[in-house]
Design a protein around this ligand. Structure first.
Ligand code: SF4
Length: 217
């Protein structure tokens, strides 16, 4: 699929500028070491960012790195996760991933997407976050919010019922080398605040001039 250069540039530039002006300073967006990004993504799964925010600092204080997770009992990890729910599932996942990283990579995250995706309980979205936000390497991050934004904005270049991989491909085509982390955060925040599942809040949308859904409306 080919997006017209002017549209692509306008969409990306406006999105990045809007994100920089409206940056939400969650603790996991300040210090973006791969380990912190990984923990944040586990906490954010099926939880609001407000809820994850309540637990994140305590979690990092108790378990500051992969080694501390490996030394901890899974029950102790679960205890910190209790306030945000799914604590058995999250605790077990974190522990298994940590053990794998310690055994295979001596406690450090590997630098390639393929290797990251081999780690248990890490899927393409979290893998993309670890690469883009945690390591400064351009990689797409497509969750359900981003999927909605992209399928609305680029409706005319996608198939009628696009699959995840088609949308990921489109995001890869848009993804800039510079400021890719702001681009990814921008899509996430746009999906949470403006291009929501309730509808299109076009009056506040920074990319409406490049959006197919808006222009068709
Ligand atoms: S104009 Fe509306 S549909 Fe298009 S990206 Fe913005 S909020 Fe979403």
């Amino acid at each position: 699929m080919k997006i017209e250069d002017r549209r692509k540039e306008g969409f990306v530039t406006n999105l990045i500028k809007w994100e920089k002006d409206n940056f939400r300073p969650f603790p996991w967006r300040k210090d973006t070491a791969p380990y912190r990004v990984f923990i944040a993504e586990v906490l954010l799964k099926r939880t609001t960012s407000k809820a994850a925010d309540r637990v994140f600092n305590e979690f990092i204080e108790k378990f500051p790195d992969i080694k501390s997770l490996c030394n901890a009992e899974v029950e102790d990890i679960e205890e910190v996760l209790k306030p945000i729910g799914l604590y058995n599932q999250r605790g077990k996942g974190i522990k298994e991933a940590a053990q794998f990283i310690k055994e295979k990579y001596d406690g450090e995250f590997p630098g390639g997407l393929k290797e990251i995706l081999d780690i248990p309980h890490i899927g393409p979205y979290t893998g993309g976050a670890i690469l883009s936000i945690g390591m400064g390497k351009a990689a797409p991050m497509v969750d359900s919010n981003v999927f909605r934004v992209v399928t609305r904005a680029f409706k005319n270049v996608l198939s009628e019922k696009p699959l995840q991989k088609e949308v990921v491909k489109l995001v890869e085509e848009l993804l800039p080398e510079k400021d890719h982390e702001y681009f990814n955060w921008g899509l996430i925040d746009l999906g949470s605040l403006i291009c929501t599942y309730r509808g299109c809040h076009k009056e506040d949308c920074p990319v409406k001039n490049f959006c197919n859904f808006y222009n068709e409306d």
